[in-house]
Design a protein around this ligand. Structure first.
Ligand code: SF4
Length: 492
């Protein structure tokens, strides 16, 4: 059995299939499908979901092991949902012990069962970095996939998707799989973005076999991050009225997508939306047949958003202008030794503050009063949640803890035209981060990796933690948190 890494990096166009190991599907059924898929030589691996659409599925490690026993290379999805670093580490160690090395590291959808809170201890960039660190430390040849969505039509949301992909690659991701989408111009845009930056990480394009019912749901932005345009929804509805209920049309659209991906220069196609091995074989065969004609097929895959943002189109909107708060705080950072200085120098002022805070730290009543005052002022201005590891300076003065998923390195893929997946009436916080960074020509600085916080510091003064070097921050990640930390729900 050739490894996924070998096949993806061989230069030959590869195929992967998604195996939705949902709680609704009997495990025996999934395994029977895997046995049949293993007979299709073009398929390099089966990607096993564990939390599709925010609902807990079958145990992906158990399914992965059984899938492998049936001859199909497993790519196990690992989300950040409902798990702290310790439990994620346990899973990674299990995967290593079982020699299952392909991991799809993703943030994951907001759990359906959760109303207000859910545990998201780390984000997908931190997860990729953590797996890469484990790979380097133990020599386990993990092959890390990450996700990217070019199918974002809100300007800042899209810019951040691409920037976050760069962060994932820098953190150690070996390949990327796109979100579902039916817009060839977006597939091309992503490839061009990477080529311009000399990034050769293999991209696998999502090929979703879309029926009318799923299209209707995606037309409303469900599951989060999946979107079908009104034109596409109407087309699938028309097709579904035919004698074959739209089967031939949806398989043909999937084959056209395969052909286009191959033509653009993607490393492969990730086929989802069907488990039927016969359909998958048909899509592969037809896609290969259509591939030489991929350019003339481009108009068949143009289901974008008429008013949507495309990176390489002439700009429609002026660049955002700087706003008062970041301007004042940036000015303060150039004159004072405040914690949000990007490149702190060892100045007499900083040394003085350090000694003052060390003194304060030795007087619990005073340090508690300080912590309270810090929290109250930051709560009013930034919506501070008192995490104790303040990274406002690395996030254009937007608090990461105001993101329901507590992301510190960019938005998840669940946004809907710049609105939050969890609180749809609220704009995604990362839109503001990108707007401010663009206004002050600081987009490059957003590529800085922000490590996970030390959650044991929750409720303590971040200024003290900063000056006394107790917190976890860019350039100074805290070691050893994985072994010692869990995230109690009530701490959130
Ligand atoms: S990053 Fe932490 S300390 Fe800073 S404002 Fe947000 S919750 Fe408060």
């Amino acid at each position: 059995m050739r490894s996924l890494a070998e096949r993806v990096t061989s230069g030959q166009f590869v195929y992967m299939t998604e195996l939705v190991a949902s709680g609704l599907k009997r495990e025996a059924q999934v395994l029977e499908i895997a046995s049949k898929l293993a007979m299709i030589p073009e398929i390099a691996g089966g990607s096993i979901t564990s939390y599709a659409g925010g609902a807990l599925g079958q145990d992906s490690i158990r399914v992965g092991t059984a899938v492998r026993a049936r001859g199909l290379v497993p790519n196990v999805h690992q989300t950040c949902v409902g798990q702290d670093r310790r439990s994620i580490d346990k899973i990674l160690n299990q995967l290593a012990a079982l020699e299952m090395h392909n991991i799809f590291a993703i943030s994951g959808d907001w759990p359906k069962a959760a109303q207000r809170t859910a545990v998201f201890d780390i984000d997908s960039v931190q997860l990729a970095a953590h797996i890469a660190e484990l790979r380097a430390r133990t020599g386990t040849p993990f092959f890390i996939s990450c996700a990217v969505s070019p199918f974002k039509y809100q300007r800042e949301d899209l810019l951040y998707q691409y920037l976050k992909l760069e962060k994932k690659i820098a953190a150690g991701a070996d390949m990327a799989i796109t979100q579902v989408g039916w817009d060839a111009k977006k597939f091309i845009e992503l490839k061009r973005y990477l080529d311009q930056r000399g990034l050769t990480t293999p991209m696998i394009g999502n090929v979703y076999v879309l029926g009318a019912k799923a299209a209707e749901r995606m037309g409303t932005g469900n599951p989060p991050g999946c979107w079908a345009s009104p034109e596409l929804v109407a087309a699938t509805a028309r097709e579904a009225a035919g004698p074959d209920k739209g089967l031939a049309a949806r398989l043909e659209r999937a084959a056209v997508t395969v052909a286009i991906l191959k033509g653009i220069g993607y490393a492969g196609a990730y086929i989802g939306g069907t488990h039927d091995p016969n359909y998958i074989a048909r899509i592969i065969e037809r896609g290969e047949e259509l591939a030489p004609r991929w350019k003339e097929l481009l108009p068949d895959l143009q289901f974008g958003r008429a008013d949507g943002f495309y990176l390489y189109d002439p700009p429609k909107e002026p660049k955002p202008s700087r706003t008062f708060l970041p301007m004042v705080l940036d000015a303060a950072a150039t004159a004072l030794p405040v914690p949000w200085v990007k490149q702190p120098q060892d100045t007499p002022g900083r040394r003085l503050l350090k000694s003052a805070f060390a003194w304060l730290d030795r007087h619990p009543a005073l340090s508690h009063a300080f912590e309270h005052a810090e929290y109250l002022s930051k709560r009013e201005i930034f919506g501070c949640k008192n995490c104790g590891n303040c990274v406002l300076g690395s996030m254009e003065y937007v608090c990461p803890e105001t993101c329901p998923k507590h992301m510190r390195n960019g938005p998840c893929g669940g946004t809907d035209h710049g609105q939050c997946e969890v609180i749809p009436e609220q704009p995604c916080i990362w839109v503001k981060v990108m707007e401010r960074a663009e206004a002050s020509n600081q987009i490059e600085s957003l590529k800085t990796f922000i490590p996970p916080p030390d959650r044991a510091l929750t409720g303590t003064a971040s200024w003290l933690n900063y000056y006394l070097e107790r917190d976890s921050r860019p350039g100074r990640p805290k070691k050893g948190i994985v072994e010692s930390q869990t995230v109690p729900d009530e701490a959130r």
